[in-house]
Design a protein around this ligand. Structure first.
Ligand code: SAH
Length: 335
């Protein structure tokens, strides 16, 4: 088992299961995450315990095969133990260092503007592999991780259990201790899983990729909308916000001439109503697709129209376009 994929609770269960004091889990967490112990033999445990944990656990972080850095963004291409590749991005934000992690190798959601979907899902990542991305960034750039966006390749709620474990592990006080309000999971809108997420004992933040203000357009852009239409998605988002007291981010990628007209802004504002949502307008990063980004003025007008109608909206800062590391652009050119 990879230590980095075990939540503190699961590690406690492991120790109980081998007849040892579960408090050893906290010692391992503290030693490895806080005191930078890199060898399971570096603990002051009885010989019997050391032998057992060395046999059962490993400290495995994906191998860095490529590293690129430009301005306030950086990208790593990582090789997993079975030879698959994933990409991870570091964004140096105003509040600190934010990592954008992938959750699957490829993606099956098929959003027509997104490059990640060009490679069908080959497999899910496990919690240790998601965690390994944050750890590889911290190690490679000698930096503290202050925030995590679960917005890389893959659909997090198509790999729910691993993502839920990851959220626990990365935010654990005895571990990296990234505050839960600084960890955001972004989904294309798999409704039953939004409810599951809302019912976790202490969920992280939620973002939903909306991208269109009506079902006709959204279904054209995002096939998942045919299964879970906008009303159901927003009802689930509202449930999350009421259950947790947190505001939900709705991502809206600005596609020139597609979803960026004043009429769309009006429709969107009516859709939101007075709910506890916040719209994040994402400038589209050009890919090989036929979609193009909206004009900066169009984005500003769209944002202003939303605000005029009482909707909280901001434009997302662009990161890493020159690294081919911008959102939706992560893919393993390597393959
Ligand atoms: N599957 C999840 C998370 C991954 S993508 C989801 O759909 O939310 C993170 C965000 O980037 C999503 O909102 C996605 O729609 C958006 N995105 C995809 N391609 C993009 C592109 N070329 N430019 C800007 N945003 C993009």
């Amino acid at each position: 088992m990879n230590f980095y994929g075990l939540s503190l609770n699961k590690l406690r269960d492991y120790f109980s299961g081998i007849g040892e004091n579960p408090a050893k889990a906290g010692l391992l967490y503290d030693g490895i995450y806080k005191k930078n112990i890199t060898d399971l033999r570096g603990f002051d445990f009885a010989e019997r315990v050391t032998r057992r944990i060395c046999a059962d656990l490993e400290l495995s972080i994906p191998k860095v095969v490529e590293k690129r850095e430009s301005g306030s963004a950086a990208k790593l291409l990582l090789e997993l133990s079975d030879g698959e590749f994933v990409e991870t991005v570091l964004m140096r934000q105003r509040f600190g260092n934010c990592v954008c992690v992938s959750t699957q190798v490829g993606c099956n959601m098929g959003c027509v503007f997104c490059q990640s979907g060009l490679m069908k899902k080959r497999r899910d990542l496990d919690a240790g592999e998601i965690m390994g991305q944050a750890l590889a960034i911290a190690k490679e750039f000698s930096c503290k991780i202050d925030g995590v966006s679960v917005m890389g390749i893959g659909e997090p709620f198509d790999n729910f259990d691993a993502v839920a474990d990851f959220c626990e592990i990365v935010s654990e006080d005895k571990g990296l201790a990234v505050p839960k309000r600084r960890v955001t999971v972004s989904t294309c809108g798999i409704v039953p899983k939004i409810y599951d997420y809302a019912r976790l004992s202490r969920p992280c933040n939620l973002a939903i990729s909306l991208h269109a203000p009506n079902d006709e357009l959204r279904s054209r852009l995002m096939p998942i909308n045919k299964r879970f239409p906008i009303k159901e998605v927003l009802d689930a988002a509202e449930f999350f916000s009421k259950n947790t007291g947190r505001r939900v981010t709705l991502e809206y990628v600005m596609l020139g001439g597609v979803n960026d007209s004043p009429e769309h802004a009006g429709q969107l504002a009516r859709l939101i109503g007075g709910r506890n949502f916040y719209i994040n307008l994402i400038p589209y990063n050009s890919t090989d697709s036929d979609f193009k980004k909206s004009e900066p003025q169009t984005i500003s007008d769209f944002c202003a129209a939303l605000k005029k109608n009482g909707v909280v909206a901001t434009k997302r800062r662009e990161f890493g376009a020159d690294l081919n590391a911008a959102c939706g652009q992560l893919r393993s050119n390597h393959i």
